[in-house]
Design a protein around this ligand. Structure first.
Ligand code: ADP
Ligand code: MG
Length: 348
């Protein structure tokens, strides 16, 4: 068994689930978060409450860990690359820098002959007026968006005039896709170009927030293979180590388009905890800590429900049967549109 101490940047539910998986592998965890009430505090062996730019705390964190990973992508490149000079950070800072910017991310994907939605970079309002062909569209901040935050739906120029958008941030404008389905593919790449890949997961969103994920995705074999092949190509091109998720759109013509990449474990993969022999979290740890790669085996079909806002109260009181797995993220504050927990239901 390993005697590695892994530093995890970020203390949300993804961090918590990484810590839970680490316990099974005998990997010690030190979580650093700028949220004093970070959920992962309850699951980490050690918790450091600090701003990510506090030099003293960062040095202290560095001295306590052997390797470093992260559970969210909005970490300044400067900090990740400083850390990486002292202890190995995976995925590599350069990869995170590319993917955390929606414009650079989409350029990278297209440069590898993989399709995305049509998009254009936007600096000022007039850039939208000059790019009408992207309407109806969605204006997205290039950086720091999640769960639909930092996004504006713009159907017409008339609508644009009514929106109060501050252009002190950079944006991209994406053409709205007539969605037939959304799916995601989770892959873990290890050193020596070895990987394990999960089957495509079908995802349903409401108000741009993921509500349900399930396997098997109801898609044809072509889309199944293509979505997995593109995910393999992406991790290879990035020389990626760890778990990564590719979010896809399938449009009304059954065309596959990449929506975005997450250089980390992903919400749609929570069901891998119960549906596979090795979860996306455990595989991530095995890859970044250079532990043994174990052949992935599916155990059963499954469905996951995200529990949002005060829905959590009802789920906390419910009784569960053997096929239902309730995860409470133990967040102190209930907020609307905030992911508070999830329930996985397995079919067996
Ligand atoms: P986030 O980083 O917040 O997850 P996404 O770009 O994945 O942002 O958008 C969240 C959701 O909004 C998507 O999963 C999809 O349901 C919807 N959406 C985003 N972009 C488009 C688009 N171009 N066309 C249609 N729906 C979209
Ligand atoms: Mg998304």
């Amino acid at each position: 068994m390993s005697k590695i101490t892994l530093g995890i940047i970020g203390g949300g539910q993804l961090g918590s689930m990484l810590c839970m998986a680490a316990k099974r592998l005998n990997v010690k965890t030190v979580v650093i978060s700028d949220d004093v009430d970070a959920p992962a505090k309850n699951f980490a062996d050690k918790f450091v409450f600090s701003s990510y730019s506090d030099n003293e705390n960062i040095k202290e964190f560095l001295s306590q860990v052997d390797r470093i990973t992260f559970e969210f992508e909005n970490i300044p490149f400067k900090i990740l690359s400083y850390l990486n000079k002292v202890k190995p950070v995976n995925p590599k800072p350069q990869i995170n820098k590319l993917i955390q910017d929606r414009y650079l991310e989409k350029n990278f994907i297209n440069s590898n002959n993989i399709r995305t939605t049509a998009y254009v970079k936007i600096l000022k309002k007039v850039d939208i007026e000059n790019n009408r062909k992207f309407l109806p569209g969605i204006l997205k901040t290039r950086k720091f968006g999640y769960d639909g935050k930092g996004q504006y739906k713009i159907n017409t120029l008339n609508e644009l005039n009514k929106l109060k958008i501050s252009f002190d941030r950079k944006f991209i404008l994406e053409k709205k896709v007539k969605l037939k389905k959304e799916i995601s593919v989770i892959i873990t790449r290890f050193s020596k170009n070895e990987y394990e890949i999960y089957e495509p997961i079908e995802n349903l969103h409401r108000e741009q927030i993921l509500r349900y994920s399930f396997i098997p995705a109801k898609i044809n074999e072509d889309l199944q293979l293509k979505s997995q092949n593109w995910a393999k190509k992406i991790v290879e091109k990035l020389n990626y180590i760890g778990t990564l998720c590719v979010e896809y759109f399938i449009d009304e013509k059954n065309e596959l388009l990449v929506n975005e990449i997450a250089p980390r474990v992903h919400n749609s993969g929570h069901l891998t905890i119960n549906a596979y022999n090795i979860s996306q979290f455990e595989n991530h740890l095995r890859a970044v800590c250079e532990l043994e790669k174990i052949k992935l085996k599916k155990i059963c079909n499954a469905k996951m429900i995200n529990i949002i806002g005060n829905e959590i109260n009802k789920y906390r009181e419910k009784k569960y049967n053997k096929k239902e797995f309730f995860f409470d993220y133990l967040k102190k504050k209930v907020k609307s549109k905030r992911k508070m927990g999830h329930l996985t239901i397995i079919e067996s």
